[in-house]
Design a protein around this ligand. Sequence first.
Ligand SMILES: *[C@@H]1O[C@H](CO)[C@@H](O)[C@H](O)[C@H]1NC(C)=O
Ligand SMILES: *[C@@H]1O[C@H](CO)[C@@H](O)[C@H](O)[C@H]1NC(C)=O
Length: 143
Amino acid sequence: MATLLVFHLLGLYPGAFLSHSSTAILNLSQKPVPSSSQLLVLSPFTPKYTIHNSFLNVSTTVTTKGFDARSVKQTIPKGARAYVANVTVNGVPLASRCHLDFYDVFKTGGDVVIEVTADKNAVDNCGASLPESISTGGFAVAR
Ligand SMILES: *[C@@H]1O[C@H](CO)[C@@H](O)[C@H](O)[C@H]1NC(C)=O
Ligand SMILES: *[C@@H]1O[C@H](CO)[C@@H](O)[C@H](O)[C@H]1NC(C)=O
């Protein structure tokens, strides 16, 4: 649960309950439950952070463009930039504002920019790609 809270504060969330990355890091064997290397994108609670993977010697910096401190209030005030508008990885916009893949980001390192907006209605969908789930056809084998 503590791990999930940290992911939530960072604006990312493992796509399946037991993400492949955490099982790999913890050196657990493959579980007979679906797992995914996808991370769900949420509005981050911090303007910028860097995660260094000392095993692979790569760093990933996540920047919240337009970060609005009011977005972390329990009740989000009107006009607060609390909603993810789009996500770029190393300058390339992702098709979806809802998910990215551990293997494209934290494994190789790089820059992730999560741009936020106050216009909730304009971004009330994932864009061109939905995260993997049972209702979108199940989970691909983790890479
Ligand atoms: C890790 O990467 C940095 C920056 O690319 C490099 O300067 C350093 O030598 C690397 N360290 C190891 C242990 O490979
Ligand atoms: C990202 O969203 C912001 C706010 O809606 C917009 O101004 C910007 O043009 C978008 N950028 C991309 C790459 O879609």
